[in-house]
Design a protein around this ligand. Structure first.
Ligand code: NAP
Ligand code: 2RA
Length: 387
């Protein structure tokens, strides 16, 4: 940890902002300055969790799909909470959420709310995280952020406790929680990589609407009931009807034809696994399921693994359940896995079209392991590491 703050401006940063003084660029420059400034402050002392019996915990975005689940997970896992503080937009001021048989009021998120808070679990969208997470970290609280805002920042660890817990040791006040579809995939890839070195992964996802948040869950319910009652439907959250449909479109389209969700899966996997050489390609699809993301994985390894070897490797890992007896119709599916903590793996079989290939089908609850549970597990690990 450095004692003296410094400003480092890269060549890219210089070319992008100092040579193009248009209004938008100037605005972006100040936004980035704010980020750089805040990271410097964090580097200079804030951010480490002090060991305590119990902690003051905040959930930012408490009224959302993930935030609500965070409150439940904290209670279920008997997280050592001294006091729980809940924040959302001003629209939710005055709402109450139950925690340990008490109704906790939801307050409006503001810059000055973080004083005295030890741990803040953020799930209020990337814009809020970009602005408020550095402020929270600077005021001495450790932030576990669910949004995409900080995931690829080289100063911020991106952590799945079963995969790269040691990365928590170098955090500077903000820890990023990966994208839900990435988390369940890396939980399964890591043990295989350790034994047989993964060369390439081809993944296709089937993602539930709760991945988009509460409004999307409401839209699927409303469209379904409207269609079954012969009423006209409205598509507001997605560009097309989602009830009884599948959309190969998650997050926005990039210039190369991939979606941002696909790019997140590719980049985040390399960062979490700490290995840039793994080649990943992804197709992400939204399906009319309320809860639980499914993924078809094709994995090419350097060393040959049989299907039985893969079953044995995965069976002994925490957080994974091998659920794989297709002759008896035993394979994972979202209805089975909703509300569960583990990543379920089935349909494990060799890919006969290549030398060393394995196919499998994995399903996890995106609101739990894909978001709230992983965030709380990170906070639990931070407590283990604290002094
Ligand atoms: P959501 O259901 O739409 O909830 C959004 C939450 O953010 C609500 O509590 C909302 O409060 C709050 N919020 C919105 N604008 C705000 C503002 N200006 N100030 C303070 N709070 C504000 O979305 P979600 O699915 O829970 O996702 C939340 C975050 O988690 C996103 O960044 C998402 O990418 C990430 N994430 C989601 C999943 C998933 O499976 N859903 C998985 C991984 C990561 P109000 O109720 O007051 O509007
Ligand atoms: C989704 N991965 O399912 C996202 C949630 N952050 O849309």
């Amino acid at each position: 940890m450095e004692d003296t703050p410094y400003f480092y401006i890269s060549q890219d940063f210089y070319t992008k902002y100092f040579t193009l003084p248009g209004a938008d660029d100037l605005m972006n420059f100040f936004v980035d300055c704010d980020k750089v400034y805040n990271l410097i402050s964090i580097r200079n002392g804030a951010g480490m969790l002090k060991k305590k019996e119990r902690y003051i915990v905040a959930v930012v975005g408490a009224t959302g799909a993930v935030g609500n689940e965070m409150v439940s997970v904290l209670e279920e896992r008997e997280f050592p909470v001294e006091e729980l503080r809940l924040f959302a937009s001003e629209r939710s001021e005055g709402k109450r959420i139950e925690f340990r048989n008490r109704q906790i009021p939801v307050k409006t998120l503001k810059e000055d709310v973080f004083k005295g808070i030890d741990i803040a679990l953020f799930s209020a969208g990337a814009e809020r995280s970009r602005h408020f997470a550095p402020i929270a970290a600077e005021s001495g609280c450790v932030v576990v952020d669910n949004s995409s805002a900080w995931r690829m920042d080289p100063e911020v660890p991106l952590v799945v406790p079963e995969v790269n817990p040691d990365d928590l040791k170098w955090h500077k006040g903000i820890i990023a929680n990966p994208n839900c579809s990435t988390i369940q995939m890396v939980v399964v890839l890591k043990p295989i990589h350790d034994v047989a070195r993964i060369k390439r992964v081809v993944v296709t996802t089937f993602q539930s609407v709760s991945g988009t948040g509460k409004r999307a869950m409401d839209e699927l319910l409303k469209q379904t009931t409207d269609l079954l009652n012969f009423r006209d439907i409205k598509a507001e959250v997605y560009p097309y009807q989602i009830a009884f449909n599948c959309l190969p479109h998650i997050d926005k389209f990039m210039d190369d034809g991939y979606t941002k969700e696909e790019i997140k899966m590719i980049n985040e996997t390399k960062k979490i696994m700490g290995d840039d050489s793994i080649r990943v390609t992804a197709t992400t699809v939204r399906v009319p399921v309320f809860r639980g993301h499914s993924e078809s994985l094709n994995i090419e390894t350097e060393k040959k693994l049989t299907a039985n070897e893969v079953r044995a490797i995965l069976s002994e890992k925490d957080g994974i359940i091998v659920y794989d007896a297709p002759q008896k119709n035993i394979y994972p599916h979202p209805v089975l896995v909703a509300g569960k903590d583990e990543t379920y793996v089935g349909r494990i079989r060799e890919d006969n079209s290549i030398e060393n290939g394995i196919n499998m089908w994995i399903v996890a609850d995106n609101l739990r392991k894909g978001a709230a549970l992983n965030a709380v597990q990170i906070a639990e690990k931070l407590i283990e590491l604290s002094e």
